[in-house]
Design a protein around this ligand. Structure first.
Ligand code: AMP
Ligand code: MG
Length: 491
């Protein structure tokens, strides 16, 4: 049996935090993909994991001796409505591994069979959504944005029934932890203050160790979560990412992007963009995400009130003070990121207005978000780069008007044009997982067992800033008839 070296702490919390159970074996495990760099990060030998033994573990057919599989309890607001009990309905925490870098991470099977939290679900996952999470989470890591990682994907040899029969699969996910805003809500809703405190102490140990020495550790922990969520959502906006299901059960206190469902990247810039078929009111539209992240951490603050101060009024005051930090933190991260996207290393008062002006012209002219910024990098070293940017605008003159203001601003920047261009290309990706190419790659895998397009796309998106010849297809926005208008959870 392969030694994983699990070192479990979450399952030492009281029994009411989880349900211990083994995964449900499947008919015929087959490894689709192993993520060798992630295996190495965990201190595991990728070669040992690529054989049948590895596939058996990743499918849940074999449980490593030091694993302690458990479905975690959590609650959550879904589209604004509170469910006091959700929990891992189709996932199991296998255990934790302290990686080569000294970081403790959860290893989780997703799609591993029914649990006491499954409600009416089958506890399973279909191959398409598993590959989708694999691809997009690894793309996110390629951008340098905090995210859960994908260690492995296996097919089960069993069908799962959604609208039709689909091939079943299991994703092995690696995360800084699986503590969600909804985990706190689960205990708060039961008025189990002791558990809220245990969970907060555990969170401090894992994510906010510096809070321990402060006068008010719980306040410091809340501030840590607020800052991480503000930074995360700013980074999403800077690459055009729309999570799609920002429910409080999908908000990790670690600040990692988690639970990739109907998420997608925007092609043409439009703040109102929504892809998810179930987000009928556009609650989780692109530009709503900062407001929603703030709403989510407010729910966390509510759950923590009993820990913040003995008197409710005083606790509410503390919560308000901490939550007030969200806006400025987000604005600084977002504006700072946009500054770098247009090549500004220094800051002036008018920068915000200059950037807003560009974004509003992009929206009015259906400019591709990714390509406009990428091509702007070339234009930063001279007007010979303008033609490529102009062509992104339905009315190219809309760019010219902005470009002259931009150039006057650039004239007050230090540094050589070549260095500016390189700095811009390091923050403006050439490649994003464009929906129409993602769908094509998943389609090939699911309907023809052809993993070639998936592998090819993965190799592109994990190095998104390095433009390489022959990959134009991945950089090009969809033609009108290729446009993907809706994405589905597929759960
Ligand atoms: P999600 O929308 O994937 O974040 O999941 C929301 C809730 O539904 C979580 O409690 C999941 O565990 C549960 N869930 C989603 N899909 C399934 C499934 N196929 N079987 C059982 N539970 C599920
Ligand atoms: Mg979820």
């Amino acid at each position: 049996m392969i030694a994983f070296g699990f070192d479990n702490t979450y399952t030492r919390l009281p029994d009411r935090f989880y349900a211990r159970l083994a995964p449900t074996p499947v008919a015929n495990p087959a490894l689709v993909r192993l993520n060798a760099p992630v295996a190495r990060m965990l201190g595991l030998d990728p070669d040992a994991l690529t054989g049948p033994e590895g596939a058996a573990v990743f499918a849940g057919n074999a449980v490593p001796a030091d694993a302690d599989p458990a479905a975690l309890a959590y609650a959550g607001h879904q589209f604004g409505y509170f469910s006091p009990q959700l929990g891992d309905g189709r996932a199991l925490l296998l255990g934790e591994i302290v990686g080569r870098d000294g970081v403790r991470r959860d290893v989780q099977l997703k799609g591993s069979g029914p649990t006491p939290f499954s409600r009416n679900g089958d506890g399973r996952a279909a191959l398409g959504p598993v590959l989708r999470e694999y691809l997009i989470s690894e793309a996110m890591a390629g951008f340098g944005i905090p995210t859960t990682r994908s260690l492995a994907a296996v097919t089960t040899g069993e069908p799962v029934y959604r609208e039709t029969a689909l091939p079943g699969a299991v994703l092995t996910r690696v995360a800084a932890s699986h503590i969600r805003v909804g985990t706190f809500q689960y205990f708060a809703a039961r008025q189990d203050i002791e558990a809220v405190r245990l969970l907060a102490d555990y969170t401090i140990g894992r994510h906010d160790p510096e809070a321990k020495g402060t006068a008010d550790p719980y306040r410091a922990m809340l501030a840590g979560v607020v800052a991480r969520q503000a930074d995360l959502v700013a980074q999403w906006l800077l690459v055009g990412f729309i999570h799609g299901v920002m429910n409080t059960d999908n908000a990790a206190v670690s600040g990692e992007t988690i639970d990739y469902g109907p998420c997608a990247f925007m092609d043409a810039y439009d703040p109102g963009t929504v892809f998810s078929s179930i987000d009928e009111l556009g609650r989780y539209a692109y530009a709503n995400q900062p407001g929603i992240a703030h709403w989510n951490v407010t729910r966390l603050a509510e759950a923590l009130l009993p820990l913040l101060a003995p008197e409710t009024d005083a606790a509410v005051e503390i919560a308000k003070e901490v939550l007030a930090g969200f806006g400025p933190r987000f604005e600084a991260a977002y504006l700072g990121g946009l500054r770098r996207k247009i090549g500004l290393a220094t800051s002036e008062d008018g920068d915000g207005a200059l950037i807003k002006d560009l974004l509003s012209r992009m929206k009015d002219n259906a400019a591709d978000f990714t390509l406009t910024f990428r091509r702007l990098a070339a234009a930063a070293s001279g007007p010979e780069g303008d033609a490529a940017v102009r062509s992104e605008f339905t009315d190219p003159a809309a760019y010219d008007g902005w470009a002259s203001a931009w150039r006057s601003r650039l004239a007050r920047e230090p540094g050589a044009p070549a260095a500016r261009r390189a700095a811009m290309e390091a923050v403006n990706p050439a490649y994003i997982p464009r929906n129409h190419v993602v769908e094509e790659a998943l389609q090939a895998a699911v309907s023809r067992q052809d993993y070639g397009p998936f592998e090819a796309m993965l190799a592109v998106v994990v190095r998104p800033f390095e433009e390489r010849p022959g990959l134009e297809r991945y950089a090009t926005p969809p033609l009108p008839d290729q446009r993907v208008l809706q994405t589905f959870c597929g759960t």
